[in-house]
Ligand binder design. Structure first.
Ligand SMILES: Nc1ncnc2c1ncn2[C@@H]1O[C@H](COP(=O)(O)OP(=O)(O)OP(=O)(O)O)[C@@H](O)[C@H]1O
Ligand SMILES: [Mg+2]
Length: 538
């Protein structure tokens, strides 16, 4: 947009105030968010939110928190007035939601606001009336300790903003989502939402997140959730994620919190999805993830509405969450299968079984007869499981190796060479003996016994190795998964009956034969009873 040159001028204070307020207060739901945060910072046990016309005409938040003295409340409606920090250093140890001293001033600048508050029962409270940022009246009021903030005619002095608000129902939904996100973070606080004089939801205080979820979601949704809890010195996570068999095409809740602050975090969402892969197949999980960390590791001051935060080490965060999710899923599937007690291992390691009992379908799946029916084994997944357990044991005793008749020579990219040199000792224990020659040439002399690795697989291995950074939380785990995956028989590879028999016998010597290291099933059992049912015999 080109215009003729005009001199630079300072904006009149009233205009500047409204513009600044517009960044913090975008719509009725932002008012509700700020007022709930203030109530929680004031240690309220009970918070009621009342709105009319989707909050456009009327929003009232009542709390039973610490309240304010007359001096406090007079100041509180001006910008940069806060009781929560004293200097910028305090941001590194902040546990309260507020720290800018902006919210009440911003709301006051774009509405007609009344605050009624009292810091001690039995004393006289204060009623403060503000319009467009100017204090209009201060008077006495009788009320118990706590604070009531009433916001009328939001954006009455920013008509364009008011016009762009959506329907009452839509705005109410956003308010409801804000309330829900704090209700999940504080199960021990009672919340109520009233819209157009009707109670939308009333949640008494409860003892656990699970009980709060039961107030908010259907029993079916809550029962489909698995608990997640992993601790690390610099970060810990707890919460709930959908059990894989209950995944749906839509989501009901995907909430992420840092130190109880609800945030939008693409990297956490991606990490959760990554932890599920490959189980999602187009479906979506519900999740509620609470991350706790030292506040100095978190920058909460990067967005005007504080809904985005930055964690000091985003890469670590991603790996940590993805692995936490993955390990919970793998454990749960394992427990399920054990609970169902599908069949006993021994029925398969039967030496009297002849090789003709094994049959290969599409060079990918092995069929084997068992007493109560038959099993289908995914040959790649089975072999992955076997190799994975072997290389994991190799810390105590080196893995058996298989010398290559013709060692494989290859040239690596600089970053690949770097990683190989860094992990050389551990790879050697796992059975991969690699010598570095001049320049970037390496020679692979042995591979883990029983694995199938040619030049192509080794190439893939080296290039994927780079992605496993040495500071990964579970380096060992990832390395074992990778070596197992690359060394395993592929789908499409023809096997002799002897090879099939040996594979299945080795599988059942594993501690966890039912799932591959990524959590996919290795064996499916079809019982005679099921066949009979399907053929209409029973
Ligand atoms: N419901 C409340 N109960 C008690 N004190 C309150 C309440 N709401 C606001 N205050 C007081 O008023 C001050 C200003 O509130 P305001 O929301 O404007 O700023 P803040 O919470 O300090 O920071 P932020 O702008 O980041 O929210 C607070 O620091 C607090 O002392
Ligand atoms: Mg605040």
């Amino acid at each position: 947009m080109r215009q003729g040159r005009k001199p630079v001028r300072l904006l009149p204070e009233d205009t500047a105030r409204r513009i600044a307020a517009g960044e913090v207060i975008v719509r009725p739901a932002s008012v509700v968010k700020e007022l709930i945060e203030n109530a929680l910072d004031a240690a309220a046990h009970k918070i009621a939110v009342e709105v009319k016309s989707g909050g456009k005409d009327f929003i009232r938040v009542v709390d039973d928190g610490l309240g304010m003295t007359r001096e406090d409340v007079r100041l509180a409606v001006f910008r940069h007035a806060t009781s929560k920090i004293e200097s910028v250093e305090d941001l590194a140890k902040i546990y309260s939601y507020g720290f800018r001293g902006e919210a009440l001033a911003a709301i006051a600048a774009v509405s007609r606001m009344t605050i009624e508050t009292n810091a001690a029962d039995g004393e006289v409270g204060t009623k403060l009336e503000v319009e467009g940022g100017e204090i209009k009246a201060i008077s006495d009021v009788a009320r118990a300790h706590g604070t009531t903030v009433t916001v009328r005619m939001l954006f009455f002095n920013l008509p364009v903003r008011r016009v762009f608000l959506k329907s009452d129902n839509y705005e109410l939904r956003l308010i409801w989502e804000q309330l829900r996100s704090y209700a999940l973070a504080f199960p021990d606080v009672a919340f109520e939402l009233i819209s157009n004089e009707r109670s939308v939801i009333k949640m008494p205080a409860v003892n656990s997140l699970r009980d709060r979820m039961l107030q908010l979601f259907s029993r079916q949704t809550v029962e489909a959730l698995l608990e997640l809890r992993v601790q690390n010195p610099s970060l810990s996570v707890h919460g709930f994620i959908t059990e894989p068999s209950q995944l749906k095409g839509f989501t009901e809740v995907q909430a992420v919190y840092f130190n109880r602050r609800p945030v939008r975090s693409q990297s956490v969402v991606k990490a959760v999805y990554d932890g599920y892969s490959p189980l999602l197949s187009g479906k979506h999980p519900d999740f509620i993830i609470f991350l706790e960390t030292d506040p100095s590791q978190l920058d909460v001051n990067i967005h005007p509405t504080k809904q985005e935060v930055r964690f000091a080490d985003e890469r670590f965060l991603f790996d940590f969450i993805s692995e936490a999710v993955n390990s919970v899923l793998v454990t749960s599937r394992r427990q399920q299968i054990h609970a169902e007690d599908v069949f006993v291992h021994d029925s398969l390691i039967d030496n009297t079984r002849t090789v003709s009992d094994f049959w290969q379908l599409h060079n990918s799946y092995i069929f084997a007869q068992i007493a109560s029916g038959y099993v289908i084994v995914d040959q790649h997944a089975a072999h992955e499981r076997i190799l994975y357990e072997e290389v994991k044991k190799s810390r105590q005793r080196n893995s058996a190796t298989q010398g290559l008749l013709f060692p494989i020579t290859m040239e690596l990219k600089p970053e690949e060479l770097d990683t190989v040199e860094h992990l050389q000792k551990r790879l050697c224990e796992m059975g991969l003996e690699i010598k570095v020659f001049s320049g970037r040439t390496v020679v692979v002399e042995t591979i883990p016994a029983g694995s199938y690795m040619g030049k192509d697989e080794l190439r893939e291995l080296f290039s994927e190795l780079v992605r496993i950074r040495s500071d990964k939380v579970l380096l060992e785990e990832e390395l074992a998964k990778l070596v197992a995956c690359k060394g395993a028989i592929k789908a499409g590879q023809r096997l002799t009956p002897e090879e099939m028999q040996s594979l299945i016998n080795r599988l059942f010597l594993c501690t966890e034969p039912y799932f591959c290291p990524h959590g996919r099933p290795v064996i499916i059992k079809i019982s005679l009873e099921e066949l009979e049912r399907r053929f209409g015999r029973i």
